[in-house]
Structures are given as structure tokens and as C-alpha cells.
Ligand binder design. Structure first.
Ligand code: PNS
Length: 164
């Protein structure tokens, strides 16, 4: 059984992430979408558990996709799950430098772990979770940015942040 992991912060999941999930899911027997901690990113909009719940709702119809969250090192998580592939999406050359470094660190920590890069679909190259949060802050229409199942959640969370 070939298991791959699609790791990320997913705060929140975007249409770009979903596109990568669907394309990766056909390449492996099982794809685990895992919400992990990026220590460079502080003050997230959603908690890791909330992010995983949103992803679960969005991928509910994809039979070989599981959703999890973990506060461990990614390389260790992959070992626990007996996964030997990480899937990463690349939107632009500027993503590559950081992703290459992470791929090398992950393979150093777990020599069986390969990272496969999928180029983002052209129509999603400008989409990121940060852009989604910025748009939501100003009440802009999110339908071209996040799966429709979670639009209300993102708007409600942003409103509760603003009001609270
Ligand atoms: O969506 P992101 O923020 O680019 O995802 C980055 C993420 C969460 C996959 C990365 O920060 C990560 O792997 N975090 C877990 C801790 C870890 O293993 N760090 C890499 C080795 S130092």
C-alpha cells in the first residue's frame, strides 16, 4: 500500500490546496492530509483541530483521503504512518528554495522519505491562505479562493476575531 502525506498549515484550506489533494490522491493508495505546526507562522485564524475539521468536510467524498493533525516533526509523523512520500505544491519559483530545504531536512531525518513536487494549476498560482485571510478581513467574496463548504466558517471566524 503506497501512502503519501500532504502536509501544511492549511489556515484555511484553499482551492489551490484542494486541487493538489485531488491530483495527488489518484497517484497513491492513501493520501493523508496532515495539519502541522509551522513555527514561522504565529497567531493562526483557526486552531489546528478546526483546520482539520474544515479539510475533512471538503474532502468527504474522496475515498482514499484521510485528514489528521500532528504537533510532531513531519519526518517522524511519516515514519509512524509508514509513508514514504511527501507531496508539496509549488506555486512559483519563489516557493522552491524553502521547499527544497525542507525536503532535504526531511530526508536527512528520515532517509526513506522522498518529497514530490506538484506544480500548482495556473488558475490557483495566486491563491494562498494568507490572501484568503486578507480578503476575508475586508469582507471580499471568497468563492474563487476557498471551497464553498467553508466560506461561511471563514467569514464567521474573521467576524468573531473582529468583534472579540
Ligand atoms: O503550509 P506550510 O506552512 O508551508 O507548511 C509547512 C509545514 C507545516 C509542512 C512545515 O512547517 C512542517 O513540516 N512543520 C512540522 C515540523 C517540521 O517537521 N519541520 C521541518 C523540519 S525543521
Amino acid at each position: 500500500m503506497k501512502t503519501a502525506i500532504y502536509p501544511g498549515s492549511f489556515d484555511p484550506i484553499t482551492l489551490g490546496h484542494l486541487n493538489i489533494i485531488k491530483r495527488a490522491a489518484v497517484c497513491f493508495d492513501k493520501l493523508i492530509v496532515c495539519v502541522l505546526i509551522n513555527s514561522d507562522k504565529h497567531g493562526g485564524l483557526f486552531t489546528p483541530e478546526e483546520r482539520a475539521d474544515l479539510i475533512r468536510r471538503v474532502v468527504a467524498k474522496l475515498p482514499n483521503v484521510e485528514v489528521d493533525c500532528s504537533a510532531t516533526l513531519l519526518a517522524e509523523y511519516a515514519r509512524q504512518k509508514k509513508a514514504c512520500t511527501l507531496v508539496k505544491g509549488l506555486r512559483a519559483v519563489s516557493d522552491y528554495e524553502n521547499e527544497l530545504q525542507m525536503a532535504l531536512i526531511n530526508r536527512k531525518l528520515n532517509p526513506r522519505l522522498e518529497t514530490m513536487f506538484l506544480p500548482s494549476s495556473a488558475k490557483y498560482t495566486y491563491v494562498s491562505s494568507s490572501v484568503v485571510k486578507e480578503m476575508a478581513r475586508y469582507g471580499a467574496d471568497l468563492s474563487d479562493f476557498v471551497p464553498r463548504e467553508i466560506i461561511d466558517d471563514v467569514n464567521a471566524k474573521m467576524k468573531s476575531r473582529r468583534d472579540g
